[in-house]
Design a binder for this molecule. Structure first.
Ligand SMILES: Cc1ncc(COP(=O)(O)O)c(C=O)c1O
Ligand SMILES: N[C@@H](CCCC[NH3+])C(=O)O
Length: 421
């Protein structure tokens, strides 16, 4: 695992002893390795460098991990940002991502979010419906602006991933069905306040097979050719993100960025346009862990439950998708146990692993949920009135709390008594 390994009997994140860090910040908490984030971004950016017109944009999908320090780490390396809300856009800007490297995607952008994007001067909006073309045209006209847009296409390609994270299938809510995309582009060109410059697609997440992405890119190319043949300029093609990461050692690893880039080079050969990439998970997934404490070990009728102080509200992926995260002891003792690892939340779905062989742990020990840097803290909630857990970033021997644990009293203060109570 990148930059998370056992040294002197204890798991470290880069040079930081995670058990000591847990003493300092309390459990549960997320911990990110800057070195891993930097390395993954650089590997991806190097792999796609020179593709298309030679000036590709790697726009990190902020939804994967919107922490300000994560975004600032990436901004320093020249990353752009793919955002899906005004909130994500504000974070990207605050982290130092230049506006002209921000792409705004999403099926339900609201007029105030469109206005904020126009005022900030973002690179482009990826428009996902004919209805949105009209809405954006009106907001842009009210700003006396002419905004660059790409038509996000639904290419009707089955990405072969979990149904809940597939976005490119025919009945997905995302994008404009490919058979109407040419007409949508022409419709947008008819608005003086819109400047359609490109096409976009994103077919799904945690993709382990490149062939659906290749089919999608080929379809975008055919569409671009048709548009060019009809006299329209297509100067940008956004191929989305989606490249998977290894969650389990016993399953084949997803393709490396270099192999992905070879496929993109092949599929886009001869295209004279700027390519945009929106990787999320592959940049930050393996750059984060969630550290939790073992509250107690409880014997059921047939199962041994390891009850941790982290719950499904802190790391939702196992409950929502049945996702696998490796679970490791911070201080492995060399023996193992078969355990069902659960959180304290009052839901049976608050289960991280079922009858899994893990390194033996007991009350007071600490464990790490691996590969939790993407779609981890960002999907957390305060269900059961549990505070959001802190996020810590590590760089070499240094660490810093980059998101505070919110406190029960502060959460309560957001509520108010109705005047009649
Ligand atoms: C439009 C868009 N771009 C990029 C991504 C990032 O995907 P991933 O984290 O799988 O790279 C997503 C999420 O799946 C998305 O919806
Ligand atoms: N939240 C998902 C990924 C969603 C991608 C969003 N388009 C996950 O944890 O795997």
């Amino acid at each position: 695992m990148d930059h998370f390994d056992i040294r002197g009997g204890v798991m470290h994140a880069e040079g930081v002893n995670l058990d000591s860090l847990a003493d300092a910040v309390g459990t549960p908490f997320y911990c990110y390795s800057s070195a891993t984030i930097e390395r993954h971004f650089q590997v991806f950016a190097d792999a796609v460098a020179g593709l298309g017109d030679g000036d590709p944009l790697v726009a990190f999908a902020v939804k994967a991990n919107p922490n300000l320090s994560v975004l600032a780490t990436l901004a320093r390396l020249g990353a752009g940002a793919d955002v899906v809300s005004g909130g994500e856009m504000a974070r990207a800007l605050a982290a130092g991502v230049p506006a002209n490297r921000i792409v705004f995607s999403g099926v339900g952008k609201q007029p105030h979010e469109m206005a904020a994007g126009i005022e900030a001067g973002i690179l482009q909006f990826n428009v996902e419906s004919e209805a949105e073309i009209g809405m954006l045209a009106a907001v842009a006209a009210a700003h006396d602006a002419r905004v660059d847009i790409a038509i996000r296409v639904n290419p009707a390609v089955n990405p072969g991933t979990h149904a809940k994270i597939s976005t490119g299938g025919q009945d997905s809510k995302f994008g404009i069905p490919i058979e109407r995309a040419h007409a949508a582009f022409v419709m947008a060109a008819g608005h003086a306040s819109l400047n359609p410059v490109g096409l976009a697609a994103h077919i799904g997440s945690q993709l382990t097979d490149l062939s659906p992405i290749e089919s999608c890119i080929t379809r975008l190319g055919e569409l671009a050719q048709g548009l060019r043949g009809a006299g329209h300029g297509v100067s940008r093609i956004d191929v989305g993100g989606g490249l998977g990461v290894p969650y389990r050692a016993d399953q084949p690893a997803p393709p490396l960025p270099s192999v992905y880039a070879e496929m993109v080079a092949r599929a886009t050969r001869g295209w004279d346009c700027r390519l945009i990439f929106e990787p999320g998970r592959m940049i930050v997934g393996n750059a984060g862990v969630m550290v939790a404490g073992v509250i107690l070990v409880k014997q059921g009728t047939t199962k041994t439950f390891v009850v941790t102080d982290a719950g499904m509200n802190d790391l939702l992926r196992p409950s929502l998708y049945g996702a696998w995260h490796d679970i490791r002891a911070l201080r492995p003792r060399g023996d193992t146990m078969v355990a069902t690892v659960v959180g304290p939340v009052c839901e049976s779905g608050d289960t991280f692993a079922e009858d899994r062989t893990i390194e033996a742990v007991g009350a007071g020990d600490r464990i790490a949920f691996m590969t939790a840097g993407a779609y981890g803290a960002t999907m957390a909630s305060t269900y059961n009135s549990r505070p959001l857990v802190p996020e810590v970033m590590v760089k070499g021997d240094a660490w810093s709390v980059v998101s505070e644990r919110n406190q029960p009293a502060a959460m309560l203060a957001l509520d108010a008594r109705a005047p009649w109570l």
